[in-house]
Write a protein that binds this ligand. Sequence first.
Ligand code: F6R
Length: 614
Amino acid sequence: MCGIVGYLGNKEAYPILIKGLKRLEYRGYDSAGIALLNKNGELNVYKKKGKVSELEAFAKGKDITGTMGIGHTRWATHGEPNDVNSHPHYSQSKNLVMIHNGIIENYASLKEGLTKRGHTFMSQTDTEVLIHLIEDIRQHENMKLGHAVMVALNQVIGAYAIVIMDKNDPDTLFAAKKGSPMVIGIGKDEYFIASDASPIVEYTKNVVYLEDEQIAIVRRGEELKIRTIKDKEITPYIHELEMELEAIEKGGYDHFMLKEIYEQPRSVFDSMRGRLNSETGHLKMGGIEEYETKFSNARRILIVACGTSWHAGLVAEYLFEEYARIPVEVEYASEFRYRNPVIYPEDIVIAISQSGETADTLAAIELAKSKGATIFGVCNVVGSSIARATHAGSYTHAGPEIGVASTKAFTAQVTVLTLMALHVAKVKGTIAESRYRQLLYEIEAIPQKIEEVLKQNELIKKIASTYQHASNALYLGRGYSFPVALEGALKLKEISYIHAEGYPAAEMKHGPIALIDEEMPVFVIATKGANYEKVVSNIQEVKARKGKIIAVVTAGDHDVKGMSDHVIEIPETDETLVPLVSVIPWQLLSYHIAVMRGCNVDQPRNLAKSVTVE
Ligand code: F6R
């Protein structure tokens, strides 16, 4: 949460920073701000509540020159979203400015000490406290800025990715991180700093991922220097970025979310590419091979995740239990980390995260690690904190997901988890060879089946227009479709602000049925499979109470059509793979409803893509 950018080089910083902030806006969009040092040594700071475009309008006509600058887009934690609480924040003398992503947990005690020493604060933020502390140490200990940053960071409890600029040093930026991500791009005579690589990719492919408790000293005309906060010198390891610019642009779509929904035939294919060969029956899961025996002997698997990734974890629970006969528990990472869970050293923990930065998931991993469990990551963002904190893992390879509502990450996660479960089942011998082979063929056909569903976009849009004014919605599914019901409800509520709930279809009669009347749309997955007849009975129960039924059915099913208000047909597939196809209509439906209601689809209110606070 919060996006940070910095630039130091020979170009004008402002356009680079603004473009970078727009790319990072998915991380928070409560306010935006910028600081630039012009050639006369004047420090200009502009900040504004709202989006980056509002900052741009505000800065129009003002002095926006300078070849060094920093910028920030905020997801508010301490202090309401307003101009004053926006970053960058000044030190007491106003000689230093800082941007920050993260939370300084002990800011209150630090602030108290500084106030006693005569500091006054303009904002309610924890960030302002930290930059005051750095200046205070620098003045009282008569230290260079780099050392003062080091001393201050040793006093801080919490998470930070910070960039600091000194009015009296036009050639240096200091950047440091702990818990929040930071990437440094190395160009020709120029440096870029950002929360992720998206603001950097069009200028250079050479990047350094800063590690926790490291400080980067970015100096004009000099090589990048890195030291730890314990003052140990580190040799920067330069990675080559694999990301392409097109992957982070809308490519002709109105919204990133729609682009990402349409990318799914490709992203699901990419998540199995090089891993699956249905001809030979070969399944190669790089990350898992080393831990094959551990997986096979695992007493159980614990899955930790949040939000949509947690829903993917629920699908994985069904898959691992069915294919590999290993008991699975799926935990909200935020609950798991605070409830003294029983964790055995023989446990395998699978942490699922698109961003790889979710604070609760990271904390759950650390807890499980401390108890000796083996941690396996399923992440989308390469080099992310979770990917680095786990013992091994498999990337989902969905490509950058920028729309705040997760779509292609979910299907990629489920694909990877399906391959993992099958691989373990094969190693354990819990699946018949013929079934294993049949499933490999079925999985390979999924991208084509998703393509078929996408062709029904116009029908889904029409259904969306019928229900765009609904105040409530119920999503039902059983078995493998239950997690998809939860995911459908989450998609609708987060981008259209319609209250929606997902339920296992049979649970409806234990409470939610009381909500059903002629105003209530009920979205049901009623595909052919073990629970089909039972779901049909649940549909009848809804109809008997005049609820509206919108059903996702297997192509050619006329029975459910006869009792539904609308049906969306999806191609037949193995029951265990249905979530990969049946989630698509719910994604499109939420998208269209949100657009029709005039909501900001890619940046829904109060949300951020990467939840780096607990
Ligand atoms: C919903 C959504 C969130 C995330 C959750 C976990 O559309 O995007 O619920 O799934 O915040 O994020 P990651 O997967 O990055 O750990």
